[in-house]
Design a protein around this ligand. Structure first.
Ligand code: 5GP
Length: 189
């Protein structure tokens, strides 16, 4: 997606450890026009799938997921990373190792919001080693729901997440694919 690549070139900062900082349009401050266009693009890419629900992880997946939900006219559920006082029992949970924080988190979704009738699209901000997506896939499997595909805003193709999803035969659509970081610059695939 051209507009996204331009935004990454303009505003993205390459940090040590192969981390791209995009906190002025995606991870902290949010660019609503760009997110709206991202939602439309996901709708176009998955138009032939019978999607009933979008799943993401708080917090950075929520903005693109909500815009995709708006375009597809389906609800969006985000997995919580922290225990909530109002969300105690009847949870699907999975353990996810965080690429950026280097810690493991439990993620959870209420059983109320996912069941065997659901056809699910996973949306996330980044795909690195695929741990976040795998956690959501474990939850989808536990609910006996059907995974229809994975939509990613920024994929770091040189890390193992993309290959992992390809090997499982999952339709994975990334709106920007980064081949490498070279001298602090982003090289797109
Ligand atoms: P994975 O689970 O695929 O290894 O990593 C994906 C998750 O880690 C994303 O949900 C995102 O929050 C975070 N992440 C991974 N790589 C990056 C990165 O380069 N920049 C930012 N801002 N977040 C990242």
């Amino acid at each position: 997606m051209r507009a996204l690549e331009e935004k990454i070139r303009q505003d993205g900062q390459v940090l040590p450890g192969n981390v791209l900082k995009v906190d002025n349009f995606l991870n902290h401050q949010i660019d609503p026009q760009l997110m709206f266009a991202i939602g439309q693009e996901f709708q176009r890419l998955f138009a032939d799938k019978p999607i009933t629900k979008i799943l993401t992880v708080e917090s950075s997946g929520i903005a693109p997921a909500v815009m995709a939900g708006l375009a597809m006219k389906v609800p969006v559920v985000f997995a919580r990373k922290h225990k909530s006082l109002t969300l105690k029992d009847d949870l699907y949970t999975a353990t996810v190792y965080s690429y950026t924080k280097k810690t493991s988190n439990q993620i959870s979704i209420s059983r109320k919001f996912l069941d065997a009738n659901d056809h699910v699209l996973i949306i996330d901000d980044f795909l690195a080693n695929g741990q976040a997506v795998e956690g959501l896939m474990a939850i989808i499997a536990a609910a006996d729901a059907t995974l229809e595909g994975v939509g990613i805003v920024i994929e770091k193709s040189f890390q193992k997440g993309r290959q992992l999803l390809d090997e499982k035969g999952i339709q994975t659509e990334s709106l920007a694919r980064i081949k490498a970081f070279a001298d602090g610059q982003v090289v797109f695939a």
